[in-house]
Write a protein that binds this ligand. Structure first.
Ligand SMILES: [Fe+2]
Ligand SMILES: [Fe+2]
Length: 476
């Protein structure tokens, strides 16, 4: 109990320091062909396709100067004949323009659709996307893209946006059938609309849905709120204002996308419990959030990791999460199979685990701010590590019985890591155990801490000149 008391105290103290980061910069030299596209109205509209609640839906978002009722025209024909019209709504942004949100539904599997975004006087080019034909699919996983605005260097924004486009294209060279992009937060460095336009600028995000989560840097501004258009969002007691937890189902995988800026574990557990209950037939449960639990590699980060493990691991354990995808540290690290923050099976590079009795936690490296300046060695729970200044992307192949993760470094053109999780039936090795009462206390403390943390962020935002409502900001 004495140990628990110390943990409660550290929980309060450590959150004050938790969500800040100091990172090196990264420069890209040759972006001349990108510059012309970047300055076009099409690129600056920031059109992005997010997942819908399931593969029969897609959510869209883009920016316009004028307020209107936005429309998506959707057709099975490249000439847009017999197009169906879907209408949505627009919200005014903090920059004074409008973010348009439209959902299309009733999509059939194994089809190619063409679409056009229309708002006021703006009509986009015609784009296309495909729905999955079978239950196997490949997702690309990246994190900490860090599209960045720098008022002293106007080229920095298009350069960092270009680096993301470059990375996605490299991934598509490995597998042209990528049908989902997972981005574990810090899409933007200052949470600015221009940075989200940079993130969305890659034409690939018009054809492949991207599931983003909120990083600490996304919370440095307020524009993530108008940029995103997510399905199944949670009404939280204490939210992070700029967004919320959400989930979607793709074939037999339930993706739980969580906001780890928010320590309201009461809300998080409630959300996961309901999502799992509502989707009892999925084979896989994949969680994604921003802050990593393992492999921080510097003393301050390891302290954060320890704290976050106390908060998040009980939820992964209780609900049998197969794989957790994270970012934040910018160090590529994959844990062993863990239960109760202890290794239950070792995971090796090139190896596989069958019916694991726990969860694999994976952190990928940053696109624009890679790190290899490790100060401390990793703990015994880490299975695979890789330090590089190279840009990293991961391809995750989902089948009915397997999840295979392959990780690539772009400049060296190497697949430096792979592993497979296999299950012989839907539950695999997961077994339900009653959560300890201690976890109930932790979740409640986390909720109180989240309120104080929101107050601090509210102060930071008002200092920057954002006009946000106090109660709306604290409670969402
Ligand atoms: Fe980051
Ligand atoms: Fe971060």
């Amino acid at each position: 109990m004495k140990t628990n008391s110390k943990r409660f105290l550290s929980l309060f103290l450590a959150f004050a320091m938790l969500f800040t980061a100091v990172m090196p910069s990264f420069a890209q030299s040759d972006v001349s062909s990108w510059a012309e596209y970047w300055s076009s109205e099409e690129a600056q509209a920031g059109i992005v396709m997010f997942p819908g609640a399931d593969d029969s839906q897609r959510n869209f978002s883009w920016y316009s100067e004028d307020e209107s009722t936005p429309e998506i025209l959707l057709s099975l024909n490249a000439d847009m004949s017999n197009a169906e019209k879907f209408t949505g709504y627009s919200v005014e942004t903090y920059s004074g323009n409008y973010a348009n949100k439209v959902t299309v539904d009733s999509l059939e599997s194994g089809k190619k659709y063409y679409y056009q975004c229309v708002s006021g006087n703006f009509s986009s080019e015609i784009y296309s996307f495909e729905t999955d034909a079978d239950s196997s699919f490949t997702a690309m996983f990246v994190t900490d893209v860090h599209v960045s605005y720098d008022d002293k260097n106007p080229d920095h924004l298009p350069e960092t946006a270009y680096n993301f486009d470059f990375t996605v294209n490299k991934a598509l060279e490995k597998n042209e059938d990528i049908s989902l992009i997972l981005s574990a937060g810090d899409q933007a460095s200052e949470g600015l609309q221009c940075e989200y336009i940079g993130f969305a600028a890659t034409p690939n995000l018009k054809s492949i849905p991207v599931a983003t989560t909120i990083g600490n840097h996304d919370r440095k501004g307020v524009d993530y709120k108008t940029f995103s258009n997510m399905p199944n969002q949670q009404e939280m007691t204490v939210s992070s204002y700029v967004g919320s937890n959400y989930y979607f189902v793709k074939n037999n995988v339930l993706f739980l996308v969580m906001d780890s800026n928010n320590s309201s574990m009461v809300d998080h557990r409630k959300f996961v419990k309901q999502a799992v209950k509502d989707n009892p037939d999925v084979n896989w449960k994949v969680m994604m959030f921003h802050h990593d639990l393992h492999g921080g590699r510097i003393p301050r980060r390891e302290s954060e990791n320890e704290l976050l493990r106390i908060l998040w691991a009980p939820i992964a354990d209780e609900f049998g999460i197969d794989l957790v995808l994270m970012g934040h540290s910018h160090y590529y690290t994959v844990s062993n199979v863990l239960y109760n923050n202890k290794t239950v099976s070792e995971l090796t590079n090139g190896g596989s685990v069958t019916d694991p009795e726990g969860t694999v936690y994976m952190v990928s490296g940053s696109i624009n701010r890679p790190r290899d300046d490790a100060d401390i060695s990793l703990g015994e729970n880490v299975g695979i590590e890789y330090l590089t200044q190279d840009k990293i992307f991961n391809l995750i192949d989902f089948t009915e019985n397997t999840i295979t993760v392959k990780s690539y470094a772009i400049e060296s053109d190497t697949c430096f890591s792979s592993f497979t999780i296999e299950k012989t039936d839907k539950d695999g090795g997961h077994s339900y155990k009653m959560p300890a009462f201690y976890n109930f206390i932790i979740r409640f403390i986390g909720m109180i801490v989240a309120i104080f943390n929101n107050m601090g962020v509210y102060g930071d935002l008002t200092d920057k000149g954002y006009n946000v409502n106090f109660f709306e900001h604290i409670f969402g």
